[in-house]
Ligand binder design. Structure first.
Ligand SMILES: CC(C)(COP(=O)(O)OP(=O)(O)OC[C@H]1O[C@@H](n2cnc3c(N)ncnc32)[C@H](O)[C@@H]1OP(=O)(O)O)[C@@H](O)C(=O)NCCC(=O)NCCS
Length: 128
């Protein structure tokens, strides 16, 4: 997915030293977790009830994330199935906030399933 000119991120977050790997960069699992949260917010907003992650279809780590980077995660709906919804995620960092251009550091596609009150997959009502 590409970011639209006026698009707002689903989340913005600052990684901390506790989120680093042995090399001192931000741990990939931390970023995957933030992306999953951002995707679930977008999926829940469309579906209107509980969603769970069923698949990480694709996850590309393009550049490292560093402590102190401002991480913004943008989300778009890519496909709405019967009970599932696939979300595209685009992760951007601003290093040394304000002094450098935003850079794309990761891209991902995740699929979420809409669940009813019993925790069973339930159809997604399509809008428009
Ligand atoms: C999500 C879950 C409820 C789906 O149950 P299920 O019995 O497999 O349900 P279904 O086979 O009916 O599939 C539901 C939808 O998920 C989609 N799906 C299932 N596996 C998929 C996969 N590997 N990739 C993409 N979509 C998948 C199906 O295509 C279906 O979509 P559709 O209705 O739009 O066609 C069940 O697998 C589950 O509880 N998983 C654990 C979820 C979880 O804990 N997530 C957090 C992980 S930390």
């Amino acid at each position: 997915m590409d970011i639209k000119p006026d698009q707002q991120p689903e989340i913005r977050v600052l990684p901390m030293p506790a989120d680093t790997n042995a090399a001192g960069d931000i741990f990939g699992g931390w970023l995957m977790s933030q992306v999953d949260i951002a995707g679930s917010i977008a999926a829940h907003r469309y579906v209107g009830n509980r969603v769970v992650t069923v698949a990480v279809n694709e996850f590309l780590f393009i550049k490292p994330v560093l402590v102190g980077d401002l991480v913004s995660i943008y989300a778009d709906i890519l496909h709405i199935g019967n009970t599932s919804i696939r979300i595209g995620l685009h992760v951007v960092t601003e290093r040394e906030r304000g002094q450098h251009q935003a850079e794309t550091v990761a891209k991902a596609e995740l699929t979420y399933v809409s669940l009813d009150k019993e925790g069973k997959p339930c159809p997604i009502r399509k809008k428009m």
